[in-house]
Design a protein around this ligand. Sequence first.
Ligand SMILES: [Zn+2]
Length: 552
Amino acid sequence: MTANEVTEAIRGRLIVSCQAAQGEVFYDPQLMARFAAAAVAGGAAAIRANGPADIGAIRGITRVPIIGIQKVRHHDGRLLITPSFESAQALVEAGADMIALDCTVRGQATGAFNRMSEIRERLKVPVLADVANIAEALAAGQAGADFILSTLRGYTEDTSHVRDFDPRFIEELVRASSVPVIAEGRISTPGEARRAVAAGALAVVVGTAITRPTDITRSFSAAIESEYRRRNQPSHAIGIDLGGTQTKYGVVRSDGVLLLKSAVETPAKSGAHAVLGNLKSVAKAATEQARAAGYEPVAVGVATGGWVDPETGRVVYATDNLPGWTGARIGEEIASIAGLPVAVENDANAWAVGEKHFGAAKLFDDFVFLTLGTGLGGGCYVGGDLNRGAHFFANQVGHFPFLPDGRACTCGMHGCLEPYVNASALICYAGSSYTSAAQVIEAANSGEEIARGAVQTLARHLARGCATFVALLDPQALILGGGLTENNPLLLSVLNDEMAKLVRPWKNRELRVMASELGYYGGVLGAAALAFERAFDSDGGQNYGHTTVRVG
Ligand SMILES: [Zn+2]
């Protein structure tokens, strides 16, 4: 076949990779041929297969194009795809219509490009370049590859951090490459295959998710067993809530009961190194206390001030509440101390997760959580998922522009919402007759007019801020936590009434304004909820692409 004929045969179609390794149940050319037959019957336009024996057997049952590869264990102990001209020749003789070979930097070092020319010239078949990054794709294109495949992304040293199928990489590859791109690697669902096509791929190769019954079974059994354990056997997690003044922690049972709790001072003024050291000793103490009490923790959750990349567990940005905290590698440090999976999240986001698992938001998929105290923070769920934003900076409700040239804010700007609705604002509205926000709230509850007026003023300002995101998100509930909302029914009722005036249409919504029920340790419960998610959702093998590492 010519490259043009191949292009027309596979354009907009599925290619199924039919492979089994030595020792696996289906390691047998006749059985691979059966898999290929099933794939073709289901709509596969081509087959990718390993070794002359399998290819010969597959050629015997179908006319669809076959991409031939030969996996060989290289001197470095790792598999290399089609490392010699002779192996390519054997594949073509067995019935392969084209040859794929490793064109990563490692493959190039074994002479991939010379081999590519030799295969094209002497065997007269198209050559497909398996690559892992853009530079390799460009080099392979210049060397004469007829197609580029994303097969090896995630399997080379410079891409080992990649664990999921990434359609954005396919998009970049398509944009950069002068030859057609075929998407391959960790595509586990029809939805991911669809995204590969949307990203511009000519065709899509799927392997494990179709032709590895043991791996597919493992993913189902792990998901079922872990979900059953989660629902029927109480488990325990450590929650740590790192604030600017206090670090609270506790042991939380999977139904949300706080079993052990404690708090220590956060050495914020002593710098990031001291804060991290303190956090590590808290994690160590909490784990030891849990075990001593007979609760084996499944994971540790850390809620922290600042914004966090939940994948890496690192602080992307922190304000001067925690000086030097930007860049802190919380996830890695705590995992090394506790020896457990660790989840890290912004504190207000974590509290919102706590509300979803254990609190007022159990039945809501769309809600906004606000924490009012020294500052104003928030976390929101959209369509059942925590909204983190493109750069993990979402939900900065405290820094909504509120008044042009208004009061100075901790973020360095003027006129943000936060300085109008935080604890010092409440004291200020009460004409400085009180020294703490708690005193103002207590006085308001006992009918003191100045204090009631102060709470009302704060609630009116807060309503304006809330109206903005109600207009944007149309949530089912607005849940308020933090010091200013405890024992403060007046705040809730005025907030509700004021929002009714600002939000249109109001009557068509069933927006509920509610107080958090999680209490003083809400951040700890939220951190623990994230720990349970980490322990049960991400490691449960929900997606078989994640649990098994298979190259090509
Ligand atoms: Zn601000």
